[in-house]
Design a protein around this ligand. Structure first.
Ligand code: 23J
Ligand code: MN
Length: 259
């Protein structure tokens, strides 16, 4: 038997010693889409029209046309999504080096906090507390905020209130710490975007988008099944569609974990 690392991985997948967890939500016309206040333009929801289904339009085949905004459902945010990242080299969906699309994940479980306070903000202190138990976040790792938000259905997912959406995310100092002192690959969440629902009020607004993308880092939004991941040791596979000049794309996010 071969002993090179890839042969070992293939064997581990075959035996079930390494398992694959799907971190993606299903995509449908019901998939929640971020809503921005006027005068900002909205993003289109997912839609699908059948071209043929074993019928007169195609007797032997079934296929659909689909359309959606790039940032719909479980999706990848590329650096050029934000104005702070507009000049990042290799910052579009088609130019990000593929080596950057496989990276380990650190999963911070804040489900209890987010259940008690849907507007929970992850701070540097929370991250350092996590590190005291699980070790320092290695350079190049994703940080994923496990909030339990993916179990919310209907209007509770956007959770609009009188002052706008209320959903968890990182605060300004936490994002800066993760980028500047932990050199993370990016930040991932179960919510509709990587920033907290109230992040439009922060200084700067939308700090996760601003600082992650300004430093060439990525985002993952609307993740699911984070409760199936260990705090450390999972490997994420996160390839966006190779849209030329794209700012992001729906993504089938997979995690490899040791059983
Ligand atoms: C555009 C404007 C604001 C935000 C977003 C998009 C996202 O969250 C996104 O999907 O990247 S906050
Ligand atoms: Mn996005």
């Amino acid at each position: 038997m071969s002993s090179d690392p890839l042969s070992q991985l293939i064997a581990a997948l075959a035996t079930g010693a390494v398992k694959i967890v799907d971190l993606s939500q299903p995509l449908s016309a019901q998939t929640p889409v971020i809503g921005l206040p006027p005068p900002f333009a909205p993003s289109a929801p997912f839609s699908m029209q059948t071209i043929s289904r074993y019928d007169d339009n195609g007797p032997g085949w079934y296929w659909n046309n689909i359309s959606m905004g790039e940032h719909t459902g479980t999706h990848f945010d590329a650096p050029i999504h934000w104005i702070s990242g507009r000049d990042q080299a290799h910052g579009a969906t088609d130019t990000i080096p593929p080596q950057r699309l496989a990276a380990p994940a650190c999963v911070i479980d804040a489900e209890t906090d987010c259940t008690a306070d849907p507007g929970f903000l992850l701070t540097r202190a929370h991250v350092e507390n996590w590190e005291a138990t699980h070790g320092r976040i290695p350079a190049g790792a994703w940080v994923l905020l496990r909030s339990g938000w993916s179990r919310r259905v209907g209007d509770a997912f956007i959770n609009a209130g009188p002052t706008g959406p209320v959903s968890p995310g990182p605060d300004v100092a936490c994002v800066r710490f993760l980028v500047e002192e932990r050199d993370v690959a990016g930040f991932g969440t179960e919510t509709v975007g990587t920033d907290a629902g109230q992040a439009f009020t922060f200084e700067p607004a939308f700090p996760c988008h601003t600082f992650m993308h300004g430093a060439g880092r990525f985002g993952l939004a609307s993740l699911a099944n984070l409760d199936q991941l260990p705090p450390t040791g999972a490997l994420l596979i996160t390839p966006p569609l190779k849209i030329e000049g794209g700012s992001g794309s729906p993504c089938r996010v997979l995690a490899l974990i040791s059983a």
